[in-house]
Design a protein around this ligand. Structure first.
Ligand code: ATP
Ligand code: MG
Length: 567
């Protein structure tokens, strides 16, 4: 599919680190971090960042911290913190004892701000938020200085302290860096460092009623933790001069920021702001809906950590934005499950098949291979009897050309079983729908081959009707119809691209009895159909599966041919 970047090849960030190690820039240290804001669940884009940061640290014998950027108390929740930790762990990474929060450093950040005020590098501004915006200027026009910009150091210190003490209402004052209102970089036009917010914080409670802005906190947190390579996405490139400015003014340790292109995937949106709308407006069942591009969604869908790490390696790391095809992610999960998942037989849309010449009460246990890719995974026994279910799609009364499956008078192989020939078709009198097939079997073909060398082209999966378990199977399609969900008409937004058929629930499926005890989260290949995972909605006596991904689409090909010229 792609050979972008194999796990062993180099990319520009690896080259930078290798060079820094060579020149001993950080005394041989490599310290990275993954810095999520706990305002939602992690998505597959975050997985790229996690694999990159933890991966680099482990590759170069360094360390990677997990740090929550919890500077915005109104949008952040403990639920998100816990979900993020669970996701990082599930992906296979370990921050050991290095779990940090920006809020751990609130006091330190406050003291640094006081230092900047004393140095004349920060001031309390009392313009309203709208005025600050107005004064900011545009890309083509310089900004205007605030009338409060030249307050004395004493006045600034006094006001800032009173801001902290809670003497002022939200929005009445802010602390701003005193840089340059005419800078070509808007981020440098006296950015806000602190705002007043009388809000409870999930960790610091009501200790604080002023909160640091992301741009003030972020670079300093990296500095405090001694991060060497501060890796972030491209949109922060324009913020780097500001982070540098703060660190230079304070004369503190200086990590190196390196930007890379964020991951975009076809048929999905990736911003937490948008994902949260899907959840809150009920377009999906939750953050872990198996259609969501969240790590918890992929986990529930049946993806493995290995497949996501492999994906992350394959997409590589670049400086240019691009969109990755969802098919690549699907390829990665197929690759892994092909090697690791047991094969079983399950029928999604059952059609009864009766073998007229098979003894009524006989049940044979037939040996089936668990994984032909890995003989060590052994075999299991599957019951075979006179009444079976096969897949409705595997029978055609009027077969097209090159139809190798079942049709009146045709002979096929039942996987691990016998050759059967269709002798009769029973239909519903009113609807004409086929409700039952009658067949005869050839007892000499046990195991699925004929001693007289007679060949059949089709092999069908099946289950024994009396022994099979009922199951619900949830079949998913893309959450968004358009590969680019943002491509919408005037006045519409990404939600107008939602695929109303992204979930199909099949509730009369049948699976082989070996799945009776299948634990939630376990993954299987249903022969000829795809990969499926036991959903957490399963309970005693009720089996629910998610279809993780289809098999390589050989069957679709036949149908395509049929439509374009066959019968
Ligand atoms: P979102 O817009 O989805 O909320 P974010 O960047 O605001 O994303 P953070 O929690 O701040 O979310 O992100 C934590 C880390 O993950 C950051 O270092 C960020 O650069 C990285 N990250 C976020 N989205 C992507 C993506 N699509 N591809 C790669 N890295 C990403
Ligand atoms: Mg963010």
């Amino acid at each position: 599919m792609t050979s972008n970047d194999s796990p062993t090849s180099s990319h520009f960030i690896r080259r930078i680190i290798a060079e820094d190690l060579e020149t001993n820039k950080y005394d041989g240290r490599v310290v990275t971090r993954f810095p999520p804001e706990p305002n939602g669940y992690l998505h597959i884009g975050h997985a790229k960042s996690i694999c990159l940061n933890f991966g680099l640290a482990s590759q170069y014998g360094g360390l990677c911290n997990l740090r929550f950027d919890d500077t915005n108390p109104t949008k952040e929740e403990v639920e998100y913190v816990e979900a993020i930790k669970a996701d990082v762990r599930w992906l296979g990474f370990d921050w050991e004892d290095r779990l940090f929060y920006a809020s751990d450093y609130f006091e330190e950040l406050y003291q640094y701000a006081v230092q900047l005020i004393k140095d004349g590098k920060a001031y309390v501004d009392s313009l309203s938020a709208e005025e600050i915006k107005e004064y900011r200027g545009t890309l083509t026009e310089p900004g205007k200085e605030s009338p409060y910009r030249n307050r004395s150091t004493g006045e600034n210190l006094d006001l800032f302290e009173r801001m902290r003490r809670g003497e002022f209402e939200d929005g009445t004052h802010v602390l701003r860096a005193r840089i340059d209102m005419a800078s070509g970089n808007l981020n440098m036009r006296d950015p806000v460092m602190y705002r007043i917010l009388h809000a409870e914080h999930h960790r610091t409670g009501d200790n604080w009623c002023i909160y640091p802005m992301y741009d003030w906190a972020h670079g300093l947190c990296d500095s405090i933790e001694g991060i060497t390579h501060s890796i972030c996405t491209l949109e922060f490139e324009d913020h780097r001069p500001l982070y540098d400015w703060f660190l230079d003014q304070l004369n503190v340790y200086h990590p190196q920021q390196i930007e890379f292109a964020r991951l975009n995937l076809t048929h999905t949106v990736m911003s937490k702001r948008k994902l949260i709308r899907l959840v809150q407006e009920g377009h999906v069942s939750g953050w872990d809906d198996p259609r969501m591009p969240t790590i918890s969604g992929f986990r529930r869908r049946g993806y493995t950590p290995e497949s996501i790490r492999d994906f992350s390696d394959r997409i590589g790391v670049a400086r240019k934005d691009s969109v990755v095809d969802m098919k690549l992610l699907e390829y990665c999960i197929r690759e892994h499950l092909n090697k690791s998942a047991s094969r079983v037989m399950g029928v999604l849309r059952p059609l009864r098949l009766i073998i007229d010449n098979y003894p009524e009460n006989k049940v044979e246990e037939l040996e089936a291979v668990n994984n032909p890719e890995d003989r060590a995974m052994g075999t299991r026994m599957v019951p075979f009897s006179r009444v079976l279910y096969i897949e409705r799609e595997d029978f055609r009364e009027q077969p097209p050309k090159k139809w190798f499956r079942l049709a009146p008078g045709r002979e096929v192989r039942l996987r691990y079983g016998y050759y059967v020939t269709c002798t009769d078709v029973v239909k519903d009198e009113n609807t004409g729908e086929v409700i039952e097939l009658h067949c005869t079997y050839d007892p000499a073909t046990r195991g699925g081959w004929s001693p007289d060398g007679r060949k059949v082209r089709g092999t069908l999966h099946w289950v024994s009707a009396a022994d099979a378990l009922e199951a619900e199977v949830r079949v998913y399609d893309h959450l968004f119809l358009n590969p680019d969900p943002e491509e919408v008409g005037e006045g519409d937004d990404f939600r107008s691209n939602l695929n109303s058929n992204s979930l199909e629930i099949l509730n009369s499926c049948r699976v082989e009895p070996s799945l009776a005890e299948a634990p939630s989260g376990s993954r299987y290949q249903f022969e000829r159909l795809g990969y499926f995972c036991v959903d957490s909605d399963s309970s005693d006596g009720k089996l629910v599966f998610n279809r993780t991904v289809t098999l390589r689409d050989t069957w679709a090909k036949i149908e395509k041919k049929e439509k374009s010229g066959g019968s």
